[in-house]
Design a protein around this ligand. Structure first.
Ligand code: AHG
Ligand code: MN
Ligand code: MN
Ligand code: MN
Length: 335
C-alpha cells in the first residue's frame, strides 16, 4: 500500500478558537478563548477518568441524589467537581449552573464576564455498561449591571454566545459553536490535543433515522404518536430506522452527522418532558440550528423559550429541517 505522510498543518481546537476570536477583532477580549480552552482541559480529564473508570473503582453510585431526584453516579460527581474547579479557577466565570448542583453557583469576587451552564456527565445511566456519555455546556455573556446574579442565566438559549459538547465514545469528540457554524474535533490521545476533523458540520435536510424512547408510548400525546406512526408506516413503503442510545450527546451527535430526528417529547407523565433547558436543550438546539437544522418544543423554537428555573425542562425535537417540520405539522393540527 502507498505510504501517506501525516498531515503537517494540524488545526488544534486552541488554534481554531484563537483564529475565530481574532476574526471578531476589537470585539473579542480573549476571555472567551481562555474560557473555551479551559473547558477543553476538563473534557480531556473527564475522558481519561471515564476510560479507566472500571479499573479504578469509579463505576456505580455515589450514594446521593441530585436536585432532580436522580441517583448520582460517582462519575457524575467527579465530572461536576472537575468542571466547577476549572471554571472557578479560570477567573472568566461569574455564574455557573450544573445539573448536579441545586442552586446556581455565584463565584464570589469574580470579575469574570461569562456564565457557564453545564451537564457534567450526560447519559450517566449508560456508563457502567461502557456506552457513550458526554459533557454538554452553554455560555452566556454577563449582562451590564447584572454581575454575579442568577438572572444572567435565566435567559433564552438564543442569547448564548457559545455551546458545545464532548462525547466520550469510541473516540473522544468535541463539537463547538460560537455562532459561526459548527466544528467537530477529535482527541488525539498521543498529542493530548483536539484536532479539527469535522469542519463546518451541516445536517442533511432529511434523514432516515428517528431517535425516541418509544417505551414511553403509553404516555405520549397524539401528535407524537401520529408522527411516529407516519415514519414507521409511510405511504412510500420506506420506514425510518430506529436508533436510541439514551445518551443525549450520542443521539444528537449521530443526528448532526447522519441527519434524522431526535425527540424527547412532553407526555402525560412528564408535562415538560425530561431534558433540562439550560444545559441540555439550549446548547443542543444552538448547535443544531448552526448546523442548518431545526429545534422545537413541538410548538415553539427551543432557543426562544425563557427559563424561569435553572433546572427547568422543555420538550425537545431536533435534527434535519424537513423531519422537524413534519413533527411541527402534527403539533399544529392538534393545537
Ligand atoms: P443525564 O444522564 O445527564 O441525567 O441525562 C440523561 C438524559 C439524556 O442523556 C437522555 O437523552 C435521556 O436522559 C434519556 O432518558 P430516558 O432514559 O428516559 O430515555
Ligand atoms: Mn442526571
Ligand atoms: Mn444529560
Ligand atoms: Mn448528567
Amino acid at each position: 500500500t502507498d505510504f501517506e505522510a501525516p498531515p503537517t498543518d494540524l488545526i488544534t481546537l486552541t488554534r481554531h478558537i484563537l483564529k475565530q476570536q481574532q476574526e471578531l477583532g476589537e470585539r473579542a477580549s480573549g476571555d472567551l478563548t481562555m474560557l473555551l480552552v479551559g473547558i477543553q482541559v476538563t473534557s480531556k480529564y473527564i475522558a481519561s477518568n471515564v476510560r479507566k473508570a472500571r479499573l479504578i473503582n469509579l463505576v456505580g453510585l455515589a450514594g446521593a441524589e441530585n436536585v432532580q431526584g436522580e441517583d448520582q453516579k460517582k462519575l457524575d460527581v467527579l465530572s461536576n467537581d472537575i468542571m466547577v474547579n476549572a471554571l472557578r479557577a479560570s477567573g472568566k466565570v461569574s455564574v455557573m449552573v450544573s445539573e448536579e448542583i441545586d442552586e446556581a453557583i455565584i463565584v464570589k469576587g469574580s470579575k469574570g464576564t461569562y456564565c457557564v451552564v453545564f451537564d457534567p456527565l450526560d447519559g450517566s445511566s449508560n456508563i457502567d455498561a461502557g456506552v457513550n456519555v458526554g459533557t454538554i455546556f452553554g455560555v452566556y455573556k454577563v449582562e451590564e449591571g447584572k454581575q454575579g446574579t442568577v438572572e444572567n442565566v435565566l435567559r433564552p438559549g438564543k442569547e448564548m454566545v457559545a455551546a458545545g459538547y464532548t462525547m466520550y465514545g469510541s473516540s473522544c469528540n468535541l463539537v463547538l459553536t460560537t455562532g459561526q457554524g459548527v466544528d467537530g474535533f477529535t482527541l488525539d490521545e498521543a498529542l493530548g490535543e483536539f484536532i479539527l476533523t469535522h469542519p463546518d458540520i451541516r445536517i442533511p435536510d432529511r434523514g432516515k433515522i428517528y431517535s425516541f424512547n418509544e417505551g414511553n408510548s403509553l404516555h405520549f400525546y397524539p401528535p407524537t404518536l401520529k408522527y411516529l406512526e407516519s415514519i414507521k408506516y409511510p405511504a412510500n413503503g420506506k420506514p425510518y430506522s430506529a436508533r436510541y442510545i439514551g445518551s443525549m450527546v450520542a443521539d444528537v451527535h449521530r443526528t448532526l452527522l447522519y441527519g434524522g430526528i431526535f425527540g424527547y417529547p412532553d407526555d402525560k407523565k412528564s408535562k415538560d418532558g425530561k431534558l433540562r433547558m439550560l444545559y441540555e436543550a439550549f446548547p443542543m438546539a444552538f448547535l443544531t440550528e448552526q448546523a442548518g437544522g431545526l429545534a422545537t418544543t413541538g410548538t415553539q423554537r427551543i432557543l426562544d423559550v425563557i427559563p424561569t428555573n435553572i433546572h427547568g425542562r422543555c420538550p425537545v425535537f431536533l435534527g434535519s429541517k424537513n423531519d422537524v417540520e413534519d413533527v411541527m405539522k402534527f403539533y399544529a393540527e392538534y393545537d
